[in-house]
Design a protein around this ligand. Structure first.
Ligand SMILES: Nc1ncnc2c1ncn2[C@@H]1O[C@H](COP(=O)(O)OP(=O)(O)OP(=O)(O)O)[C@@H](O)[C@H]1O
Ligand SMILES: [Mg+2]
Length: 328
């Protein structure tokens, strides 16, 4: 279940502004991946390239045998049925109530009758915790509810791939925690491939199986959550630990001289928190992978931490850490 997305040598510019030069990586089938990066690094543009709403200058996006930038408009229509997309602004139709908004893709893309549409819409609304809000208009509900309505609409065609652009922006921490749990549970239930763009490092640290960072016109790193969170790469370390020191600046980016001048002694990555688990105790295929991956690549856990009994997560031994600090 779920479909892999393989991106090769992707370059995108708008006029003279180059967004990225050469992005290549594989988004594993059936796993949850998250893409992060400073504002303006082209995360939303990237998602639009995946579904063929924007075309790259060059490069490939392979989705189940098709190369998206080379598809004709008529084939793109079929391709998009495999995707459920939650756009950054939710993109709900203001004049339609939530029921009709969520039913829209079914009425547009399928020949299903109203009785079946009703069954599907109510099921998805229940999944995202919006039961009872069918008649509400987008203008009458909170930001969090809009996000969840957009997500329900992204789910109605039973997509193989779910793309969500900042589903957690503007949500309070508790709603964000619920939403993240919903993603884990949906992934367990549907087995679909998830790619989530987020600015929330709290989300990035506990939700995905894989993490990627866009910065300086390229993909700095993409890999298993444990690998990225324990990385000492200056930009990766700075971003995922929310530090001021490092190559990423207030403006789009610091100039290289400035970044070199404040080159800090390598700061230790924060401990890696345990990953969110399915709430029904179910299993996701990716849950086995990090442990296998760690062994295969003979990765050493960050100092002061160890791999838990299930071989899945790196936990920190605070006592060992404190002892080491004292010795210095
Ligand atoms: N259709 C377009 N035409 C011209 N420029 C565009 C277009 N879409 C995006 N851009 C530019 O591409 C850059 C990347 O935009 P994008 O929206 O992908 O950033 P982002 O990483 O999603 O940022 P944020 O985190 O703020 O959402 C921006 O400088 C933006 O102005
Ligand atoms: Mg964006």
């Amino acid at each position: 279940m779920g479909v892999e997305i393989r991106v090769e040598g992707l370059r995108k510019s708008f006029g003279r502004q180059v967004i990225w030069e050469d992005v290549s990586f594989t988004i594993p089938a059936g796993e949850i991946s998250a893409l992060l990066g400073p504002s303006g690094t082209g995360k939303s543009v990237f998602l639009k390239n995946l579904v063929g709403l924007l075309r790259p200058d060059r490069g490939h996006v392979y989705v189940g045998g098709a190369d998206v930038p080379r598809l004709r408009e008529s084939d793109l229509y079929a391709l998009r049925r495999q995707f459920g997309v939650l756009f950054q602004d939710g993109a709900l139709f203001g004049s339609m109530n939530l029921y009709d908004n969520i039913a829209f893709p079914l009425r547009e893309h399928t020949k299903k009758g109203e009785a079946e549409i009703r069954r599907i819409v109510l099921e998805k609304m229940e999944m995202v915790g919006l039961s009872g809000s069918e008649r509400k208009l987008p203008g009458e509900i909170s930001g969090g509810m809009k996000k969840r309505a957009g997500l329900a609409r992204a789910l109605v065609l039973d997509p193989e791939i779910i793309l969500a652009d900042e589903p957690d922006s503007g949500l309070d921490p508790v709603r964000t925690a619920y939403l993240n749990q919903l993603f884990v549970d949906l992934n367990t239930r549907l087995g679909a491939t998830f790619l989530i763009v987020t600015h929330d490092i709290g989300t990035a640290r506990v939700l995905p199986d894989n993490l990627g960072l866009l910065f300086r016109r390229g993909l700095v790193m993409f890999g298993p959550r444990e690998m990225v969170l324990s990385s000492t790469h200056p930009a990766v370390n700075q971003f995922f630990n929310a530090r001021r020191q490092g190559p990423i600046g207030m403006a789009e980016e610091k100039d290289l001289a400035e970044a070199a001048a404040e080159a800090v002694p390598q700061s230790m990555p924060a401990p890696i928190p345990p990953q969110l688990m399915p709430s029904d105790g179910g299993l996701r295929p990716a849950m086995r992978r990090p442990g296998e991956w760690l062994r295969e690549h003979r990765v050493t856990p960050p100092p002061g931490s160890f791999i838990d009994d299930e071989g899945r997560n790196w936990l920190t031994d605070w006592d060992a850490l404190a002892a080491r600090r004292q010795r210095r």
